[in-house]
Design a protein around this ligand. Structure first.
Ligand SMILES: Cc1cc2nc3c(=O)[nH]c(=O)nc-3n(C[C@H](O)[C@H](O)[C@H](O)COP(=O)(O)O)c2cc1C
Ligand SMILES: C=C(O[C@@H]1CC(C(=O)O)=C[C@@H](OP(=O)(O)O)[C@H]1O)C(=O)O
Length: 361
């Protein structure tokens, strides 16, 4: 429980931030998929720590090793084991807070739940665990790319700097051209300066990631509890530091009338389409073939380089201050994590069945 995700396309992760290694076991990936290891590695580079001045300076190459499930470059339908070794742990950065709880990290809750915790780097509560998810998600992405399904996530807000343009008016490929991963170059510069100034203040800041999924077939999702957006929400809310999820018109839709919000159906090239997409590509929990888009809110990082009041394991008042290497803002590195989790959901739901028509089964 708690370490696995998905039903038919299933991933289990293991490992701690300062342990020997992290890894993933991916089950249910269809056999015969040509797996490009370099593409998996590229996703790892997008997430790895130490990639720019606005991320944690921990230096990890995050090279993956595939242990099983692939033969002569193709998946065999058996569990795919992947390992990522830790190389740059600095556990002494945590010695001074070994028995203290960092405000708003997972130290207190892990300790209360298990009565024991690996305090080094936050152990398994560290976002380092997401390296394993990105590796698994990269496999899901390749499976889905073979079906024409495409994922584009990008940073759309840092603090109160907000990219107001709708994603349709942006060149999403430009997001990978700058270190903050915002597709508007001018806004990207402002976001980078903001993160850098917050870092110099020994503080942290939050942000928003927008994700767009294109070419999803009609019919993914279950109509009641396992609605497609419920699962996407669960996937996103399972990422460290996430505080909010909205899809389609989201909270803004509240301000509209039904007459403005309804997505009018029309025929285009012999197919049913909608003229607007406030539904975010999902109606009744089922994909309707339009773009699926959603937004994910991330809080400011908990570990700050400032004195903060807290308590220790004995319940005594103490002062804690972060040491070592931390992200001043998580969103630049969370972009590939959002895409990976989205790909795991779509892969799972694609296997769960596109439609429920007898002739399709
Ligand atoms: C990409 C990424 C990087 C993160 N880097 C840090 C970090 O350097 N320091 C830190 O205290 N928290 C960091 N976090 C957040 C913590 O992992 C997270 O706050 C912690 O697991 C507690 O979970 P919660 O915030 O979801 O309650 C990061 C999160 C993400 C997604
Ligand atoms: C190592 C990564 O990020 C880490 C995420 C993290 C946290 O608390 O989430 C805390 C820091 O860990 P450490 O003190 O060991 O450097 C970050 O560097 C990674 O993402 O690979």
């Amino acid at each position: 429980m708690g370490n696995s995700f998905g039903r038919l396309f299933r991933v289990t992760t293991f490992g701690e931030s300062h342990g020997k290694a992290l890894g993933a076991i991916v089950e249910g990936c269809p056999a015969g998929l040509e797996l490009d290891e370099a593409k998996i590695q590229k996703e790892m580079q997008r997430r790895k720590p130490g990639q720019s001045k606005i991320t944690t300076q921990r230096k990890e190459e995050d090279e993956i090793e595939i242990l099983s499930g692939v033969f002569e470059g193709k998946t065999t339908g058996t569990p795919i084991g992947i390992v990522i070794k830790n190389a740059d742990q600095k556990s002494k950065d945590y010695s001074h807070i070994a028995d203290k709880f960092r405000p708003s990290h997972a130290d207190y809750t892990y300790f209360e739940k298990y009565g024991i915790r690996d305090y080094r780097g936050g152990g398994r509560s560290s976002a380092r665990e997401t390296a394993a998810r990105v590796a698994a998600g990269a496999i899901a992405k390749q499976f889905l790319a073979s079906k024409g399904i495409k994922f584009n996530a990008f940073v759309s807000q840092v603090g109160d700097l907000t990219l107001e343009k709708p994603y349709q008016e942006l060149n999403l490929d430009l997001a990978e051209e700058n270190i903050v991963r915002c597709p508007d170059p001018e806004m990207a510069e402002r976001m980078i300066s903001l993160i850098d100034s917050v870092r110099l203040d020994r503080d942290t800041i939050g942000g928003v990631i927008t994700c767009v999924i294109q070419n999803t077939p009609v019919g993914l999702g279950e109509p009641v509890f396992d609605r497609l957006h419920s699962e996407l929400g669960k996937a996103m809310l399972s990422i460290n530091a996430v505080k909010g999820f909205e899809y389609g018109s989201g909270f803004e839709g509240v301000k509209m009338r039904g007459s403005q919000h309804n997505d009018t159906f029309a025929q285009k090239d012999g197919k049913v389409h909608t003229l607007s997409n406030h539904s975010g590509g999902i109606q009744g929990g089922i994909s309707n073939g339009e773009d699926i888009y959603f937004r994910v809110a991330f809080k400011p990082v908990a570990t700050i380089m400032q004195d903060q009041e807290s308590v220790n394991e004995a319940g005594e008042s103490v002062t804690v201050s972060g040491k070592g290497r931390h992200d001043p803002c998580v969103v630049p590195r969370a972009v590939p994590i959002v895409e990976a989790m989205a790909a795991l959901v779509i892969a799972d739901y694609l296997l769960l069945s596109k439609t429920n028509k007898l002739e399709d089964i």
